[in-house]
Write a protein that binds this ligand. Structure first.
Ligand code: ATP
Ligand code: MG
Length: 483
């Protein structure tokens, strides 16, 4: 087995995922990703903002102390207020400050600092990081941000004091921890909710598709009346349902036409077969004279000829509709072609007391076409015209050059065709008056054959008729001039 085959057989074995599953999985994944991105970016923004406000607080404190030491180095009360009292007054966001002289001896310390922080560690950790806050854990594992700076004392400065500041950021950390809890909670809830909601939406969305599929499944050749009710469908699916219904409409029409056609074929084949059978049965009922047998054989032959003509016509129509049918085009002089048809029908026409004429002008027309097919088409028209024209009437054959097309006309002064029957005369087996045509042997295929022949030539047929005045059939085809 080639790799391509094995791949395709593996694909066939793999269970097909439903559209609802794919849609809801995509929806859930995209939804979760968006929630994750939104909450995670909010967390990062919050964390950055909290860090920034801590740093601002530390910078602010350094600035205040720096100003005090520079401008009022002897104002002990103000220092006391700033270092020892302010922190004590705070419940949240406690901070601790230690002020050291130029020899490293503590001058002032926020009360309780040593209980909260390892002072030695604070000094060693902040050394070399003046002005840059760093993280440090307190004695009870509380999170701190600590910083140190050298501040000039007096104006002009006499010496520099060192200051160490530590701020307790447990509140901020707790806030972030609570946020993280919410974050995972939201992710967990949405990861359970999104697939459910997505599945619900997807199922609702594809319900019309399932209904269309169910209707399609119910359709058989005997049940083509089914239609899809597209009421309430979204516009895309309503148009799909509409197209589907139109297709059913066309199928139903074609099926009806085909079954009518089959019934007509059966009926028209049965009549000559029954006639032959009846005559032969009667002839065989008792012994006959040679002349009587001859009569029966002659009439049976007539019926057999009719039968074989009918089968021939049907075969011709079936072949003409095949996409593989082809024309044997050759240069044909239209005048010659019309004269040939006239010569063939002349005897029949004169027996019926009808003048059969070919008008001038056709002799100059030379066209590339299938001679035998066009002979058949014109013959069918002339045979119709003679059959429907009374004694003393005229049937004329004419041809005109219309530039891009050539027009061949057969017109008669006959009985004409009623207006209501005109649109149907090209239908197979259609006869205006079936009982009348029967006597003249017509099966109603002549004009259908003419139309097929013209379609094969890329042309068209038009029929104009006036009751009791006459009929004119016009054949138009592209004027492919002969070389
Ligand atoms: N020139 C015409 N004048 C009056 N009626 C016509 C004329 N040509 C055709 N028709 C009517 O149209 C019907 C269909 O014609 P069509 O040639 O298809 O069938 P048909 O002549 O009855 O049978 P077929 O040609 O197969 O032997 C005819 O039965 C006839 O009623
Ligand atoms: Mg005919």
């Amino acid at each position: 087995m080639s790799s391509k085959q094995s791949r395709s057989s593996r694909a066939a074995l793999r269970p097909r995922r439903t559209l609802a599953f794919r849609l809801s999985a995509t929806y859930a994944l995209v939804g979760l990703l968006l929630v994750f991105l939104a909450t995670a970016s909010l967390y990062i923004v919050l964390r950055t903002e909290l860090d920034r406000s801590t740093e601002l607080f530390l910078a602010d404190k350094l600035h205040v102390l720096g100003t005090m030491l520079r401008e009022r180095p002897d104002d002990e009360d103000a220092l006391h207020e700033e270092i020892e009292l302010e922190s004590a007054a705070r419940r949240y966001q406690r901070f601790y400050i230690r002020l050291l002289d130029e020899h490293g001896q503590p001058i002032m310390t926020t009360p309780g600092m040593a209980e909260q922080l390892d002072i030695a560690e604070l000094s060693s950790r902040t050394r070399g990081h003046a002005g840059h806050p760093i993280a440090m854990a307190g004695r009870h594992e509380q999170p701190f941000r600590v910083t140190t700076a050298m501040l000039a004392v007096g104006t002009p400065p006499t010496h520099s004091d060192a200051v160490q500041i530590a701020i307790d950021i447990s509140q901020e950390e707790e806030l972030l921890a609570r946020y993280r809890l919410w974050f995972w909670g939201i992710l967990l809830t949405t990861s359970a909710l999104f697939p459910l909601v997505g599945y619900g939406i997807a199922r609702r969305g594809i319900r019309p598709v399932e209904e269309i599929a169910a209707t399609a499944r119910r359709i058989t050749s005997t049940n083509l009346r089914e239609r899809i009710e597209s009421e309430g469908y979204p516009s895309e699916l309503a148009s799909l349902a509409g197209t589907f219904n139109e297709m059913l409409e066309r199928l139903e029409e074609s099926f009806e036409r085909i079954s009518r056609f089959s019934a007509d074929i059966a009926h028209d084949l049965r009549t000559p077969v029954n006639n032959i059978r009846g005559e032969v049965e009667v002839a065989l009922a008792r012994s006959r004279t040679a002349d009587e047998y001859r009569d029966v054989l002659e009439s049976s032959l007539e019926e057999a000829v009719r039968l074989s003509e009918l089968v021939g016509d049907l075969l011709f129509l079936a072949r003409a509709e095949s996409p593989f049918s082809e024309l044997h085009r050759e240069g044909v002089n239209i005048g010659e072609l019309l004269t040939k048809v006239r010569d063939y029908y002349e005897a029949l026409a004169s027996d019926a007391g009808i003048s059969l004429l070919v008008s001038d002008g056709a002799q100059q027309l030379n066209v590339e076409l299938d001679r035998s097919l066009m002979l058949r088409a014109v013959s069918n028209l002339v045979s119709n015209a003679i059959a429907h024209t009374q004694h003393g009437g005229t049937v004329t054959l004419a041809a005109t050059d219309e530039g891009a097309t050539i027009r061949i006309e057969v017109f008669d002064t006959g009985i004409g065709i009623p207006v209501e029957a005109l649109p149907r005369v090209f239908d197979r087996f259609f006869r205006v008056d079936p009982s009348r045509s029967k006597t003249s042997g017509g099966s109603g295929l002549g004009l259908a054959i003419v139309q097929s022949i013209l379609t094969l030539h890329g042309g068209s047929v038009e029929i104009i008729s006036q009751l009791n005045h006459g009929t004119c059939v016009k054949l138009r085809m592209p004027a492919l001039a002969t070389q």
